[in-house]
Design a protein around this ligand. Structure first.
Ligand SMILES: Nc1ncnc2c1ncn2[C@@H]1O[C@H](COP(=O)(O)OP(=O)(O)O)[C@@H](O)[C@H]1O
Ligand SMILES: [Mg+2]
Length: 120
C-alpha cells in the first residue's frame, strides 16, 4: 500500500466507529476488486482550510459507466454474494459528517473513491 498523507490537519469531529466502518468498506471493496494482484493507494489532501479529501485508489478492473450512477444505491451489487450496502453506508456516514463521497473510475485501470469531510 502506498500512503501519501499530505493534509497538515486531518482531525475530523465525528463518530469514530462509523467513520472506521466507512473506510473499512472502501478498503474491502478495493481488496475485493483487485484480488491477489494490485496496488492500493491511500492519500489525504486539504482543500482550503477546512475540506479534507481522503483518496482510496485501487488498480482493479474499474467500474462500467452504466454502474457508476448506481453504486451508492442500497442493495446495488455486482457480486454473487454481495450485500450492496457498503457504499450506501459510506455515503450516509459521509453526509452525516457534513461531507460526501464521489468515485472516479477508468474501466480496465482502476477506481478511486474520494471522501470529503470537514476538519476541525
Ligand atoms: N473498488 C471497486 N472497484 C470496482 N467496483 C467496485 C469497487 N467498489 C465498489 N464497486 C462496485 O460497487 C458495487 C457496490 O459496492 P458495495 O455497496 O460495497 O456492495 P458489495 O461490496 O456488497 O457489492 C460492487 O458490487 C461493485 O460492483
Ligand atoms: Mg462492499
Amino acid at each position: 500500500m502506498q500512503k501519501d498523507f499530505h493534509a497538515a490537519n486531518d482531525r475530523v469531529r465525528g463518530d469514530e466507529s462509523q467513520l472506521q466502518q466507512a473506510f473499512m468498506n472502501l478498503l474491502l471493496n478495493a481488496a475485493e476488486a483487485m484480488g491477489n494482484h494490485g496496488q492500493l493507494w491511500v492519500a489525504t489532501e486539504l482543500f482550503g482550510e477546512r475540506r479534507l479529501k481522503i483518496f482510496i485508489r485501487d488498480t482493479g478492473p474499474g467500474i462500467a459507466t452504466e454502474n457508476l450512477t448506481r453504486l451508492f444505491e442500497p442493495f446495488f451489487t455486482t457480486k454473487r454474494h454481495g450485500t450492496g450496502l457498503g457504499l450506501a453506508i459510506c455515503q450516509r456516514v459521509a453526509e452525516e459528517h457534513l461531507g460526501g463521497i464521489e468515485v472516479q473510475s477508468e474501466l480496465g485501470h482502476g477506481s478511486t473513491f474520494i471522501i470529503t469531510l470537514p476538519v476541525e
